[in-house]
Design a binder for this molecule. Structure first.
Ligand code: KG4
Ligand code: ZN
Length: 363
């Protein structure tokens, strides 16, 4: 089965052709991601209407390149998959309109995929043979921080989530406070990885909601703690409000912030895996590209739950991409109670700004 995936939920225009022979054999034949990071960087975040304008401009060349790189003509496709929720409405409308037009013109089924479902299924691209149920998935992206239990394919129960900021969002906000630019996640990781001088200042930050009596998270207080640490440092050093922060201090804050986030995420994920008798722990979403988080989770799982397999996506499939959307659609097609619904997808699929992944269990 050959599926064309399309992704435009935020600021990446992506298309991919994936071939799926059976559940353990997935082959990404092409994967094109056109990033808009440079366009949005001056605003310090994604501007929805600018994103939509770029998607509209880029969709046809990106889809065309994905098909031609795959050496694939439209009549050899079996289905189209599109991320239709959740996301920025102007951006989602561009992607769903393109997918619906192609599904209608090429007489193909159209499968709507929840963006977070796509991030979770990115793990199957390289690890399908290793993954067994039950699964505890830690989803960490710019808009989501969730612990999800999966007992079978396309079945999701949220057992915990952030009560305020998402992890990626807090990386972005703290990077802005430190003057490290946008997107903040990779910038903080790089800074935290850099060598600290001998006389580097010591910074202590809280581990918010670290208690294991529930699986919810909170990261906005951590960002405020960083803000106060910066204010205190500036006052002590007689630095003005806008003076750039010394590199050693920025490095100390980046390290401690990243460590605080990782401590909480790792402890709660392991606790959830134990309580739900997980066979596999899955890491998913843009923040899964963070090497320190990957290492900490793998190390903690190997030490405390040696029988639980821990997987995370290969780096090209951590951030937003369309291969993960095509792969999720494959499992949806092969495990859905109502495959007939997809035949008329060009008529029924709509863009939805906010939607819980739990609802995807029912479709
Ligand atoms: O999944 P994603 O690409 O888009 C959303 O669905 O939101 O996630 C983007 C988020 C951004 O907040 C970005 O700063 C963060 O992922 N991110 C990282 C890293 N790479 C991307 N955060 C921490 N460390 C990284 N290496
Ligand atoms: Zn994403």
């Amino acid at each position: 089965m050959r599926i064309l995936g399309i992704e435009t939920t935020c600021d990446e225009t992506a298309a991919s052709v994936v071939e799926c022979a059976d559940t353990a054999q997935l082959h990404v034949v092409s994967s094109i991601v056109s990033s808009q990071v440079a366009l949005h960087a001056p605003w310090g975040g994604v501007v929805p209407n600018l994103a939509a304008r770029e998607h509209t401009k880029n969709l046809v060349p990106v889809i065309h390149t994905a098909l031609s790189n795959a050496g694939c003509a439209a009549h050899t496709l079996d289905a189209i998959a599109v991320a239709n929720r959740p996301g920025l409405i102007p951006a989602l409308l561009a992607g769903t309109a393109a997918a619906k037009s192609l599904a209608y013109a090429w007489h193909l089924p159209l499968i709507a995929v929840h963006h977070i479902e796509g991030h979770i299924y990115a793990n199957w691209i390289d690890h399908a043979a290793e993954i067994a149920f039950p699964i505890v998935a830690l989803v960490v992206s710019g808009g989501h921080t969730q612990l999800i239990v999966m007992r079978r394919h396309c079945d999701y129960t949220i057992i915990g989530q952030t009560r305020d900021d998402a992890v990626g969002e807090s990386f972005d906000k703290v990077a802005r406070l430190l003057g490290l630019g946008y997107p903040g996640g990779p910038a903080i990781m790089k800074r935290a990885d850099s060598d600290a001088p001998e006389d580097a200042p010591v910074v202590h930050l809280p581990r918010p909601m670290a208690e294991l009596s529930h699986y919810d998270f909170s990261f906005s207080g951590l960002k405020t703690a960083v803000l106060y640490a910066i204010k205190k440092f500036r006052a002590a050093q007689h630095l003005s409000e806008n003076a750039p922060l010394p590199e050693a201090f920025g490095t100390a804050v980046a390290r401690e912030f990243q460590a605080a986030v990782i401590d909480v995420l790792t402890a709660k994920t392991l606790h959830a895996a134990r309580a739900h008798h997980a066979a596999t722990i899955i890491l998913a979403g843009g923040v899964s590209a963070n090497t320190a988080l990957r290492d900490a989770l793998f190390h903690a799982a190997a030490t405390h739950l040696p029988r639980v397999r821990c997987v995370c996506p290969s780096l090209p499939y951590c951030g937003d991409n369309a291969a993960m959307i095509a792969v999720a659609a494959y499992y949806r097609l092969t495990h859905s109670p109502d495959r007939a619904a997809y035949v008329d997808g060009w008529r029924t699929v709509t863009a939805v700004a906010r939607d819980s992944i739990e609802k995807a269990s029912l479709s």
